[in-house]
Write a protein that binds this ligand. Sequence first.
Ligand code: ASP
Length: 578
Amino acid sequence: MERTDYNGNLRLKDAGREVVLDGWVANRRNLGSLLFIDLRDSTGIIQLVTDHPDDFPDVRNEYVIEARGHVRAKEVPNKNLPTGEVEVVLTSIKVFNKAETTPFIIADKTDALEDTRLTYRYLDIRRPYILNKLKTRALIVRDWHEYFDSHDFLEVETPALNRSSPEGAKEYLVPSRVHHGCFYALPQSPQLWKQLLMIGGVERYYQVARCFRDEDLRADRQPEFTQLDEEVSFMDMDQILALNEGFLAKIFKDTVGVDIQLPLRRIPFWEAMDVYGSDKPDTRYGLTLKDMMPLVGDIEFKGFEGASYIKGIVIPGQGKETSRKVLDNLQLEARKFNLKGVLSLKVEEGKLAGSFGKFVDEAHAAKIIEALGLQEDDLVLFASSSDRRNIDFGMGALRTLYAKKLGLIKPNTYDLLWVVDFPMFDPVEGEPGKYVAEHHPFTRPRDEDLPLLDTKPEEVLAYAYDIVINGYEAGGGTMRIYDHDTQWKIFKLLGLSDEQVAAKFGWFIDAFKYGAPPHGGIAFGLDRLTMILTGTDNIRDVEAFPKNLQAVDPMSHAPAFVDDSQLDILDIKIDEEK
Ligand code: ASP
C-alpha cells in the first residue's frame, strides 16, 4: 500500500504535496464538469476534486478506494471540516471494493433506528459519532496504563471462569463439560481475586477487567462491561482517593481538556441522600430536598399516618405549567420508588392551592411560604414515607426529572465528588433484622463503628467511597476487611449460616488466616467514564458491539439456540414447555 497520509490530518501547510489517500466514499457530487468526492478514513474527511470526471472510475457511496492527487488551498474554505482549508486534486483513483447501498446513511446525523444501527454495527462505527467515542475510550485506557504503571502497579489478569459467588446481581453461568452438573460463573468483578493478590504480596494490582452481570438492562447498563480495577496494600483511604484523583485529573485533561480542581469534595452518604435524594448526586443544580415534617407534619391528613418523613422540592415558576395530567404522571413515577403518592402545593395569588392546598390553614400556609421562600407560581412537590431511603430516592428521582425537564443541567460541565461514609448494610424492607451489603461483604466497617455490629448493624458506616460525576456513579471502592473473624461475622450478619459461609466463601476467607495486609481498592466503570467524557447518556454508544435493551445482539443474533449435540455433551436438556 502506498498511502502517504491520513485524510483528517491534511492542512494548509500540505498545499502542493503529492498524496496517496485511502478510505471510503462518504459523499459524491457530480456536477457534470466537476466531480467532488468526500473521502473518509478513521481520522476524518477530505474533499477530492477533479474537473475531468470522465477520466475516473464511477464511484458510489461507501466504495473503498485509493486516491492520488496533489493538495491545494481551497478558494472558499469549508468551515465545517477540520481539513476544510484544502482539497486534493485527483490524478487517479483505484477501486478496492464496491459497496451496495447501505441500510442507512453513514453520517453523524441519522434517523436510523438503534436496532438497525446495531444490526449493521460495522457501518454504524464508520460514523465519526461512534468512532470518536471508541477513540476516547481507548485514550482513557491508555492513560490508565500510563498513570498506574508510573505508580508501580502490576497488571495481573484474573480468571473469567470462576466459582459462583453471589455479589449482588445475577451471574452468567457456564456449564462444565467435564464435571457433570457443575457450573462456572463469569465474574461480576475480580473482587475476590484482587484481594487474594494482596494476600499474595502483589501490593499494587491493576487490570482492565471485563465483568458480567445478568440484570435487566437500562440506558446505562449492559450485560458485559469493563472495569478499570485496582487494589493496593498499605495505603489508607485518603491515600487511595488522592492517588485516584490524579488519574481522574489526567483523563479529564487528556480527553476534554478540563483541569479539575483537586482534592475533590467528599459528601457523606446520608447528606447526599438528605439534600439531593441520591447516593450519586448531581450537584450542578439546586432543587434540593426540603424537610417538610416541621411544616406540615402536624396537619390532620390520612396519608401522613405512620410516616416518619415528609420531604419535598420547590420548583420555581412551574405552578401553572403543571397540569393535573402532569401531576397524575408523577404519581406513577413516585410509585416506582415505593412512594404512595406525590402531593402538590402551588402559590396562586399569594395563597396555597394544589392537591394539598385545601388541607392547609392560613397559619400553616404562612409558615410554609416563609420557610421555603416561596414566590408566586412556585410549585412544591412532596411525599411522605416511613422509610428514609424510600423518601429520599423518590424525591431525588423527581428532582432529576424536573432538572431535565427545565433544562437546568448545563452541557459540558463536570461535577466530580466522592460520596463517602456509606452504611455497611441496607435493611431488607419488611424483613426486620435482615440486611444486604450496601457495597459488598468485603467492605470494612469504620473502626469506631465495630461495636455497633453486635447492637445496631444498620447504623454501622463503612470505609466505602463512590466517585460520582454528573450524577453517575463512575466508580466505587472500599477499604477491605483483613481479618478472618470480622469477615466471618459480616457474612453471618448477611444471613449466611456457618455452613453456607464455609461452602461459598471458605476458600477465600481461609486465606485471611495466613497474613492479610491492610488493603483497599476501587473499580472505575470504563463505559460510564467514556459516556461522561463523550457526552452521551447511552452506554451503547461507547461499546463497539453492544447488546440492545433485550440483551440481544441484533447482528449475530446472540443469544441463540445451540445444536442438540452441543447440549448432549453438556448433559443439558431444555424444557420445551417453558
Ligand atoms: N468490586 C467492586 C465493584 O465491582 C469495586 C471495588 O470495591 O473495588 O463494585
